[in-house]
Design a protein around this ligand. Structure first.
Ligand code: F6R
Length: 242
């Protein structure tokens, strides 16, 4: 584990963007695993800025997102398809045909998930997987459980995740109750993993991810078994790691 301490959110975002842009510069046709949520937005915006300055070229990059709410169409403003275009893809020179997000609009969970697994496998798995972390230690939508998940699958979101995500919806009732998510095993196939975290609400999860027992009760703790993980977090998120 390499832990990089950032001063604040802006510093965390720049450091994470630096690592992602280095990956794209070193391997212009790399595969990036991407995440949604509030934490990576600053990194995406920094990458857009560097793209506009001519410093990074996404024309050959392909991307696979971790997860999507089940039951939302791709143009639903709450969908992760929409989020990725709005915050990143529409502002860089990536070929949209090379961007992938699980198909939440397909009600057939089995078909949607196995099609996604096949695509990620055929792409050779991400060179770099960007992850946020839930307050309860979830990665993707892999919630605390009694086992680690394998491939892409349909999950019931926990009350704590529904509550945390309700800030982005008008009413808590509007938060979808299910999602399709890459499994923990698929995440572990990425050759490098970059975790971003900021704020005190993440402190316990970040501590447990880095120093707690490896247990599916804290899904992120499995990253201790991955040979190439970088955590970029601000002082508040690292406050229990001193
Ligand atoms: C999003 C995802 C989630 C988030 C996590 C943290 O694609 O996979 O695991 O990374 O819920 O979300 P934020 O960054 O909003 O605190």
């Amino acid at each position: 584990f390499k832990i990089v301490k950032a001063r604040d959110y802006a510093d965390m975002s720049r450091k994470a963007a630096n690592i992602i842009s280095a990956q794209v510069i070193l391997k212009p046709d790399c595969v990036l695993g991407l995440a949604t949520g509030s934490t990576p937005i600053g990194a995406y915006h920094q990458l857009i800025d560097w793209y506009n300055k001519g410093d990074v070229d996404f024309s050959q990059v392909s991307t696979y997102n971790l997860d999507e709410y089940r039951g939302l169409t791709h143009d639903d403003p709450q969908s992760y398809h929409y989020f990725m275009r709005d915050n990143f893809f529409d502002h860089i020179n990536i070929d949209l045909a090379n961007t992938h997000v699980p198909d939440g609009s397909n009600p057939d969970a089995e078909a949607a998930c196995s099609a996604y697994d096949k695509m990620v496998e055929e792409a050779g798995y991400p060179d770099l997987q960007l992850l946020g972390i839930g307050n309860n230690g979830h990665i993707g939508f892999n919630e605390p459980d009694d086992h680690f998940s394998k491939g892409t699958h349909c999950v019931d979101l926990t009350e704590s995740t529904i509550k945390a995500n309700s800030r982005l919806f008008e009413r808590e009732e509007d938060v979808p109750r299910q999602a399709y998510t890459m499994g923990v095993q698929t995440i572990m196939y990425a050759r490098m993993i970059l975790v971003v975290a900021n704020g005190a609400a993440k402190a316990q999860a970040v501590h447990d991810m880095c120093f707690g027992p490896v247990t599916p009760q804290c899904p992120a703790s499995i990253l201790q078994l991955h040979p190439n993980v970088v955590v970029v977090a601000d002082a508040e998120a690292l406050s229990l790691c001193e």
